[in-house]
Ligand binder design. Structure first.
Ligand SMILES: [Zn+2]
Ligand SMILES: [Zn+2]
Ligand SMILES: [Zn+2]
Length: 506
């Protein structure tokens, strides 16, 4: 197939001279043109005569009239002026054009990329279900370890689970609505045995239409999941703080010694117990306060390690009557009212407010913790993507089927073109275009070498295709071996001839 296309390439008509030598396609106006019809723009430019970099900068002197040039790459001041030649599209003077072959390949890649993008519905669902599963596992794990706060976690997750059916239904609806058109375009293209350069314009326009339709489709799909963004963010940040809370409790496990039915609730680092006006045995000081459903435990670190913390005091929940923040000009205090008098704490306002919140939370523990049956509900949640997968598989996988896409293998631009025409880079040497190896050769020899190289290239490609066909079981072994032998013999002959001609060159 490749060979067929390359041979055809040689006969593509240049839009301007009508000779079958077109080589480039303009990316702006889609004109096909040949090397000799390409317009040439000549401009002056500076380059470094030491490293040939064209990154030349101006050094401003005190006197504004004198500017000195230097190389931005090596710093040399040996800057020379040269002429730069740039090829332009003869129709629109654009500098943006590609080799026809490259363009064919790029078009193919773009269409294929679209084909892959059509998996959007499935990919987005997979992402959604994956996050949901991860959150669920973490929530269930924390619950099983005795952390029961933030019942909204289950509520949000259950909601997300139950909405998936509806999302899936809408995804499938949208899919059939937009995808049927997109799919047809992509399918038509990928099914082509040959992307004819005369039709580049058509294919490029279609690509634009596909792009627009895809954007509409994607917006619709995104919208379906958008509603869960906030909910998922909230779940994620809550899970993070729950994990941190857990870490604190676990680090001080030895000091806290939670009872069998005792549940950790929350903790408050960095608070100072100022004054004890109760008859409880309370040690004042700066420390870390822990709240459980049974009691309040005040600990302090001995040394830098949290492992070495000690208990300053503890207070059963039944002895706590209430608490209030007292704010004066220079002091903020929290008075913890107990059955046996006041205990005062100080800290910054945020910490005190947290404290107040936590006490309330702890007192109303029953209402604030998650219910067992809801955890059970979450455990039962399950999503299967099989329906949407079946649908996308049928619609899209078929499109990206390997058999079809492999018909357009990765083929590099034929080498001989570079050898013969050379390239004009932005920092090329000045003067006529270089034809590196064939420059000083009699023209008939050069032509012969060129022809042989084409032939060699074409044989190599045939061998490649032959091997691929044999490997995929497309042709019988005898045929393959015979063909292979003939081709390698031909190749050998060409190589010998080339060697001879090349020795003339030297
Ligand atoms: Zn031409
Ligand atoms: Zn330089
Ligand atoms: Zn153009």
């Amino acid at each position: 197939m490749t060979i067929y296309m390359e041979e055809r390439l040689e006969h593509i008509l240049c839009k301007f001279c009508n000779k079958p030598t077109a080589l480039h396609v303009c990316l702006e106006c889609n004109s096909l043109f040949c090397e000799s019809c390409a317009h040439m723009e000549v401009s002056n430019y500076y380059f470094c005569s030491i490293c040939f970099s064209s990154d030349i900068r101006k050094l401003r002197r005190i006197n504004k009239d004198i500017t000195k040039l230097f190389c931005g790459n090596c710093g040399s001041s040996k800057v020379k002026e040269g002429k730069q030649k740039l090829q332009l599209c003869p129709a629109c003077e654009s500098k943006k054009f590609e080799h026809i072959y490259t363009h064919q390949r790029n078009l193919f890649l773009k269409y294929r990329e679209f084909g892959e993008k059509l998996n959007l519905a499935l990919e987005e669902s997979q992402k959604f279900v994956k996050s949901l599963g991860e959150y669920r596992d973490l929530v269930l794990k924390l619950r099983s370890q005795g952390y029961f706060t933030f019942p909204f976690l289950e509520k949000n997750l259950l909601e997300a689970y139950s909405s998936f059916d509806n999302i899936e239904k809408q995804l499938i609806e949208r899919e059939s609505l937009y995808l049927s058109i997109l799919r047809q375009y992509v399918m038509d293209f990928l099914n082509k045995k040959q992307i004819h350069p005369y039709l580049f314009k058509n294919y490029n326009e279609k690509l634009e239409r596909i792009d627009a339709a895809y954007t509409v489709y994607k917006t619709g799909v995104d919208k379906l999941f958008d509603g869960f963004k906030n909910s998922f963010e909230e779940i994620e940040s809550t899970l993070k703080s729950l994990e941190e809370n857990k870490e604190q409790f676990e680090e001080r496990k030895e000091v806290l010694r939670l009872g069998l039915k005792e549940k950790p609730i929350c903790n408050l680092p960095e608070i100072t117990c100022k004054l004890n006006r109760s008859s409880f045995p309370v040690k004042t000081g700066r420390g870390h306060l822990f709240f459980t459903n049974y009691r309040l435990v005040f600990t302090a670190n001995r040394g830098l390690m949290s492992k070495n913390s000690v208990k300053l005091f503890e207070l059963p929940i039944s002895k706590i009557v209430g608490c209030a923040i007292r704010e004066r000009k220079f002091s903020k205090k929290l008075h913890l009212k107990t059955t046996k008098g006041l205990i005062s704490f100080s800290g910054d306002m945020n910490a005190l407010k947290e404290f107040e919140k936590h006490v309330k939370f702890m007192k109303e523990w029953q209402q604030n913790c998650v219910k067992e049956d809801i955890i059970e509900d979450l455990k039962r949640c399950k999503i299967t993507l099989s329906e949407i997968k079946r649908k996308t598989d049928r619609d899209i996988q078929e499109l990206l089927d390997n058999k079809r896409t492999k018909m357009f293998p990765v083929v590099l631009r034929p080498r001989f073109r570079d050898d013969i025409y050379g390239t004009i880079g932005p920092i090329g040497p000045i003067g006529p275009r270089m034809r590196p190896r064939l420059r000083h050769m009699p023209s008939h020899v050069a032509k012969k070498i060129e022809r042989l190289r084409r032939e060699k290239h074409s044989i190599l490609k045939t061998i490649e295709t032959l091997e691929a066909k044999f490997k995929s079981g497309g042709i019988p072994k005898e045929f393959y071996l015979q063909k292979y032998r003939n081709l390698t013999a031909e190749l050998y002959q060409i190589d010998t001839q080339l060697d001879e001609l090349n020795s003339i060159e030297r």
